[in-house]
Write a protein that binds this ligand. Structure first.
Ligand code: 5GP
Length: 120
C-alpha cells in the first residue's frame, strides 16, 4: 500500500514527455495514454495535465468540477477511439486500501474483454 506524500509523480514526467508513453488522446487540459501494465486489451489512463491538488479523487473540491467533467468526457472519447463504446469500465482507485499507487488523479478506462461485477 502506497500513501499520498503530495510529491510530484511519474505522471508529471509523462505529461512533460520526459518519459515516453503511448498517447491515445490529448487536449489542452487532459492526457490519455496506455497503461504500462494493462489489465485488459484496452487499458488507458486519463489524467489532468495540471494536478492542482488532485492527488486523488478524495481531495476534490468544488473548484475541480470542470476538470473532473473534462476527464470523464475524455474517457468517453477514448472509449470511442478504441472501439469499445458498447462495453467499457471507468475506474478510479482512491487511497492505499483501494490500491492507488500513483498520486496524480487518473481514470482507468478498461475494455476489450468481458468485465466482471463486482470487481473485487
Ligand atoms: P493506480 O494503481 O494508482 O490506480 O494506477 C496507477 C497505474 O499507473 C497502474 O495501472 C500502473 O500500471 C500505471 N503506471 C505506473 N507507472 C507508469 C508509467 O511509467 N507509464 C505508464 N504508461 N503507466 C504507468
Amino acid at each position: 500500500a502506497i500513501a499520498d506524500s503530495g510529491a510530484p509523480t511519474i505522471f508529471d514526467k509523462i505529461i512533460a514527455k520526459e518519459i515516453p508513453s503511448t498517447i491515445v488522446y490529448e487536449d489542452e487540459k487532459v492526457l490519455a495514454f496506455r497503461d504500462i501494465n494493462p489489465q485488459a486489451p484496452v487499458h488507458v489512463l486519463v489524467i489532468p495535465k495540471l494536478r492542482d491538488g488532485l492527488t486523488s479523487l478524495g481531495k476534490a473540491e468544488s473548484r475541480h468540477g470542470e476538470i473532473l467533467g473534462n476527464l470523464l468526457y475524455a474517457a468517453k472519447l477514448v472509449a470511442e477511439k478504441e472501439g469499445i463504446l458498447d462495453g467499457f469500465r471507468v475506474v478510479i482507485n482512491n487511497g492505499p486500501t483501494a490500491c492507488q499507487s500513483v498520486y496524480h488523479l487518473h481514470l482507468h478506462v478498461l475494455g476489450g474483454r468481458e468485465m466482471k461485477w463486482p470487481p473485487g
